[in-house]
Design a protein around this ligand. Sequence first.
Ligand SMILES: [Zn+2]
Length: 80
Amino acid sequence: MTSPDTAPDSSPHTEPHPGPETGPGTVPTIDGSDLTDTQRAGNACAVCGKTWPRPTVLIGRLPDGRQLLICPEHATGSPP
Ligand SMILES: [Zn+2]
């Protein structure tokens, strides 16, 4: 018998897919009603309230769009 040896679609499917949640604008919205004004301004850690060293890890945004920042040690999962 004759076997059809036609393979028109020989395109390699090696598509570089980025991570699921990378880039800005992927942080959750957090209701910061129980935070201080300094924390809501992004000038203090939203977890422990420290202002120095300044928090650098973005964990979320307030409903009005302001950023909430925490210390890097909280982001690693270590308790304060
Ligand atoms: Zn902190």
